[in-house]
Design a protein around this ligand. Structure first.
Ligand code: ZN
Length: 363
């Protein structure tokens, strides 16, 4: 199957500076991109999404995205643009299938590269998934190792959850017959078990039930908290998290502070919220022994940091990989890291995928 191909030496490509975009559910970002140099003139624009404008139709939101990209590119005189897009899409063609963070449950599709080319005949556009772009940025900074890493998986744990795996030996992000890979957020998982034989079911943003994102995404953790506190009310009522929330501290900050203080309710919430993620990671490592590194990024994992890793480690202590974890108890956790800030940036990765595409186009 045709795959997205990445070669680190694209950084040496002498093509002229170009523009890059990162389109997410909270911000639209743009910058000037030059290989090997920091991004320049980074600008933020509030995202046009069904969250920011509940009255807008999916069609008008897509039109707004097109207008933003076209107007910004033309205003800067760009002739070549790379776009990192928070959407499920065909990696081979750039055809967009849908985007929960941008357009909700709409699945009308969008030929984004085609529409952009039609509106700006003098500009060449390259569109890729934002998780792929973040992974390319991370991989471009990897120092040589002995033995060399074979595959790197990047998982974003934020509003939603998705992952991509890059084979460092071939430079490929393999895809299926629809140009997809790593859409793990909507895989069914076991419901959260908060007491023996007592479980919680949660609905997912996509409308499904008990998906990975329903428990482990940022929105999932909040929904899990709302459901859990009713069942363990004494624990919640006496918790530091409860006191911080009552004092007006924002949820994510309060959760991090409560975890710092080993608050039993916060620890329970994070344990339940990471269970499905641990199950998914364990399964991934069992099926692909060439996964030498798993990088976590996105607000949930980066904000909670070591607490997030500790929660995962607890699950793997309870159940690791058959035989492998007996031979090497640290096998799973030795492969998992949280990306340091700025090392898995879809905006920079949009430039790397653009240069990769340009190299293939000209070869
Ligand atoms: Zn779902």
């Amino acid at each position: 199957m045709q795959a997205f191909r990445f070669w680190p030496d694209v950084l040496a490509d002498p093509l002229s500076p170009a523009m890059v975009f990162d389109i997410g559910g909270t911000w639209f970002r743009s910058a000037h991109f030059s290989p090997g140099l920091p991004l320049a003139q980074v600008q933020h624009h509030p995202a046009l999404s069904f969250h920011s404008d509940r009255q807008a139709s999916a069609a008008s939101l897509k039109e707004g995205l097109l207008a933003y990209l076209v107007d910004t590119a033309l205003a800067h005189g760009a002739r070549r643009c790379g776009v990192s897009l928070g959407a499920a899409m065909d990696a081979r063609s750039g055809q967009v299938y849908g985007s929960g963070p941008l357009w909700g449950s709409d699945c009308g599709g969008l030929d984004l590269p085609g529409e952009l080319a039609r509106r700006t005949p003098g500009v060449r556009w390259h569109v890729a998934n934002d998780v792929t772009c973040a992974l390319l940025h991370y991989a471009s900074q990897l120092a040589p190792q002995s033995p060399p890493l074979r595959k790197v998986m990047l998982i974003t744990v934020s509003t939603g959850i998705a992952c991509r795996t890059l084979d460092l030996r071939t430079g490929e992000v393999p895809v299926d017959s629809f140009g997809l890979q790593g859409e793990i957020g909507h895989l069914p998982v076991a419901p959260a078990q908060w007491a023996p034989r007592r479980t919680l079911d949660l609905c997912c943003d996509c409308g499904g039930r008990n998906h990975l994102a329903a428990f482990s995404s940022g929105r999932g953790l909040r929904n899990l908290h709302r459901a859990l506190r009713q069942h363990v009310h004494p624990l919640w009522a006496g918790s530091l998290l409860g006191r911080l929330r009552a004092a007006g501290v924002e949820h994510e900050a309060a959760l991090a502070d409560a975890l710092d203080a080993q608050d039993p309710y916060a620890l329970t919430l994070l344990r339940l919220g990471t269970r499905a993620m641990a199950d998914t990671l364990r399964c991934a490592l069992a099926l692909d022994p060439e996964l030498d590194r798993i990088v976590l990024t996105g607000g949930v994992s980066t904000h909670l940091g070591q607490h997030y890793l500790d929660a995962l480690a607890t699950h793997f202590d309870e159940a690791g990989l058959y035989l492998t974890s007996t031979f090497d108890p640290g096998y799973i956790m030795n492969r998992i890291v949280i990306a340091t800030p700025g090392t898995a940036d879809g905006l920079y990765g949009a430039g790397l995928q653009m240069k990769t595409a340009a190299r293939e186009w000209t070869s």
